[in-house]
Design a binder for this molecule. Sequence first.
Ligand code: BGC
Length: 741
Amino acid sequence: MKTRSVFFYISFALVTVSGFAQNYEAKVDSLMNLMTLQEKIGQTVMYSGHWDQTGPIIGTDNDKYIREGHMGAMLNAMSVKGTRDLQKLAMEESRLGIPLLFGYDVIHGHRTIFPINLGLSASWDLKMIEESARIAAEEASAEGIHWKFAPMVDISREPRWGRISEGAGEDVYLGSEIAKAYVKGFQGEDLSQPNTILACAKHYVAYGAPQAGRDYHTVNMGEGELRNVYLPPFKATVDAGVETFMSAFNELNGIPTSGNQFTLRDILRGEWGFEGFVVSDYTSINEMIPHGFAKDSIDAARLGINAGVDMDMMGHVYRLHLEQLVEEEKVSEAYINDACRRILLAKFKLGLFDDPYRYINKERENTTKYKPEFLQKARELAAASSVLLQNKQQALPLSKNTKSIAFIGPLVKDEYDIIGNWAAKGDRNGKAVSVFEGISEYLKPEQILYAKGCDILDTGDSEFAEAISVSKKADAIVLVMGEGHHMSGEAASRTSLKIPGVQPELIAKIREANPNKKITLVLMNGRPLNLSSEVALVDAILEVWFPGTMGGAGTADVLFGAYNPSGKLTVTFPRNVGQVPIYYNMKNTGRPIPESNPKEDYKSNYIDVPNTPLFYFGHGLSYTSFEYSDLELSSESIGFSETLTASVNVTNSGNYDGYEVVQLYIHDKVASVTRPVKELKGFQKIFLKKGETKDVVFTISAADLKFYNHKMIYGVEPGVFEIAITPSSDFKFENTFTLKD
Ligand code: BGC
């Protein structure tokens, strides 16, 4: 189309005037001067390509919309060939030739799949998490992708919710640090480089607290909890320079989050100064109709754009209705201009106006995936993310000299579920290293015995007899069990937290047949499980989540002690589903259980199980042991502008070198609104050789003690604070300091 060149002359003229140290705003303005209202609306429209289904299937006529300039972005479109054809259509057959933006769900890796995000968080290794995001960006950008719908920074204390697997767990501080690491990894230092891509903080907001753990369900939450717990990781991504946000599916206190002016305009734009663009979740604007908030799709479009959602993912409502809404003066044209401007700005930052095909390079596509160094990092992360929950009788590590070890369970040979949910372009057909392959690096074939025993969801015991007979022949037993990958992720809530199917029965039978043998349970799953029965039946439990492409290799490294486990839980494991929600930084209540008399009546307790979880937040064992001693505070009190250092000696007193995650907690004893009984305020992952001692030092300032009070003022109040430096959240405070007036 000839008119396109008009824009290019303007664009190139500006490039010449301002050089490449860009004044993107001026370029966007000059481009927008050429655009019709419907073309501007076109930039706010995103449809799906045909590669993947990540929501309800909705008919779209993509080629037509691209030619008409009525579509600015696509999801689920990729590969050099696929994106080149689409980009060519936009560049050569639409009036203005504005490049398309290609987005995709690159959640925990693109081709090289890392452990699921909940697993990655258990590494407490910000550098490695950032590296995993960098690798994902390298691989995805080499296949034409400009933008990933990650990180998911939803705090969640709800193990029934399948999407807890996609987040960084239950804690605000840790979740915020991890959120920043992902953004840095995806976006890199310079967005104009073709191996960096836009990150997207999702799902804004409070999506991780659905009623009854059911996906997409209602969220009712006081503003204090929203601001103190659920918003901070999102704010952290803004501070880290995240370019885009995704509004969520859920309603929040009666207002759907994709039509919520308070969270989108007042907080995100007003308070935090976010300048990037906001995309809806998949049809979340339309879903305001069944929510009972919008009358029809016209009304939904009005509510979405007026609330500040700049781009409509799959909804058809912006494309069909915004022009009419502007004509009827129900939507200000300024909102459309703002949305279009933000989206164009992102395209400029990515360099798409310099070269719309810059992410489309066959050679890069062919050479970037599954690089040996990517796979090596995936292996290291699989090991670093695994959490040794229990290790009775030092069942682990296994010895390579054991005469025979029986590997039993539906996930021993699995190469399919092991890469977990939302595994982007991860290969489920043979690329992933199974546990069986992993252990084969350590054992000779004659040392390995195997039986499947059952499938993940089996209801019958037809394969039990063989598994029991195999178990009896071995000197040690390793069970590899858990959930299927489809049992967590979107629309995968569960009401039971038990290991599914007949697997628990098989565990019991194997123990019965082998009363004196050491049994290890390796678990793959996407959520905290109820392991109350299993802790008594097996000796060791190694939680490996869904550990990714190199999962079996990393798991074997831990099983045989080549890697000393260092992962710690970032989410509490309950004793049973009735304790949910249960998390380490709850409030105390007016009737806490007295330590001196745990059975005292009329206290905040259950009559059937203790209040304590099965495994605490921050818990994770090592093959060595660490001793903490000599906590020292630099001062007993500090003023508002002073800092305090807290230090502790950590000694590796066992027989293996290893990493330890040293955790700093505080407790604000009395405040104008009640504060949690414990709050993580810092951590350090340190490496100690056996016998080595390190002095671990934290610095605390008044700013670290801030919170939102009942008037929603963010500040700090003087008073007494308890403080501890510990290996997990299971401890009692013994020290205090005072923040002076
Ligand atoms: C999910 C998002 C995802 C989007 C696009 C939705 O169903 O909630 O997390 O980014 O689909 O695939």
